[in-house]
Design a binder for this molecule. Structure first.
Ligand code: ADP
Ligand code: MG
Length: 238
């Protein structure tokens, strides 16, 4: 089970209070979207869940286990970033398997998991190419492949589609939802795009200035926004 649970989570950068006390439960297998304006703390929150940023106060558990003392590679999470950061000199295949190689997995395991991920992401014909020979969407698939081969219980996505053009974004949304169905993993997905949030989420978390304004299903937020900020941001008529 990989519920993600935050209690009183805060983040300070020096005197700057960026996350001001967040309580949140993401259920096992849920597709949860963090949405909110630029600078409201979405990435910081995600990075704290990933273990890339220490929490200043509060507690964080994944699968019922307190995570504060665990490093990023010990949390059963994998993160996909907006900038794909692929290794330009390595093939698609090598890029996907690189993390596993670094963590000492056998060649057989790497080959097997890379093949499975490539199949799932329709990258099979591209395995020998270098990132420079791929389109934006294909590169983002490779970045997702790198996460999949680690068999995480929780996927963390930070605006993974924002570098893609509009048509490709729509296509990738569908692919990511299919992936979610296939893998049955918990997914936390950050975006500043309301349409993405409304069309993809089981649960939406609306953030503003380091705090949660409202948590609910897309329909709940649309029909019963707590306040004008949520109404305005989600685009519902309040
Ligand atoms: P979002 O992802 O919602 O756009 P971020 O989480 O990136 O927002 O940033 C939230 C706030 O925290 C911003 O004001 C940003 O400038 C600040 N911030 C983020 N990272 C750091 C850091 N390492 N040091 C200082 N301030 C930071
Ligand atoms: Mg961000």
């Amino acid at each position: 089970m990989a519920d993600v649970s935050l209690r009183g989570v805060k983040k300070q950068f020096g005197a700057l209070s960026v996350i001001k006390g967040v309580d949140l439960d993401v259920k096992d297998g849920e597709f949860c979207v963090f949405v909110g304006p630029s600078g409201c703390g979405k990435s910081t929150l995600l990075r704290m869940i990933a273990g890339l940023e220490e929490i200043s106060a509060g507690s964080l558990s994944i699968g019922g286990k307190e995570m504060t003392k665990f490093g990023p590679s010990e949390r059963g999470v994998a993160m996909v970033f907006q900038s794909y950061a692929l290794y330009p000199h390595m093939s698609v295949e090598e890029n996907i398997g690189f993390g596993l190689k670094m963590t000492g997995h056998s060649k057989a395991v790497i080959a097997e998991r890379t093949a499975a991920a490539a199949k799932m992401l329709q990258l099979e014909p591209l395995l020998k190419r270098k990132p420079g020979q791929l389109s934006g969407g294909q590169r983002q698939r490779v970045a997702i492949g790198r996460a999949i081969v680690r068999n995480p219980e929780v996927f963390l996505f930070d605006e993974p589609l924002s570098n893609l053009d509009a048509a490709l974004r729509v296509q990738m949304r569908t692919e990511l939802l299919k992936l979610h169905q296939d893998l049955k993993a918990t997914m936390i997905y950050v975006t500043h795009d309301q349409v993405e949030a409304m069309t993809m989420a089981d649960k939406i978390v609306v953030l503003s200035a380091g705090q949660i304004e409202q948590v609910g299903s897309p329909l709940e937020l649309y029909h019963r926004p707590n306040n004008l900020f949520v109404a305005g941001f989600i685009g519902s008529p309040k």
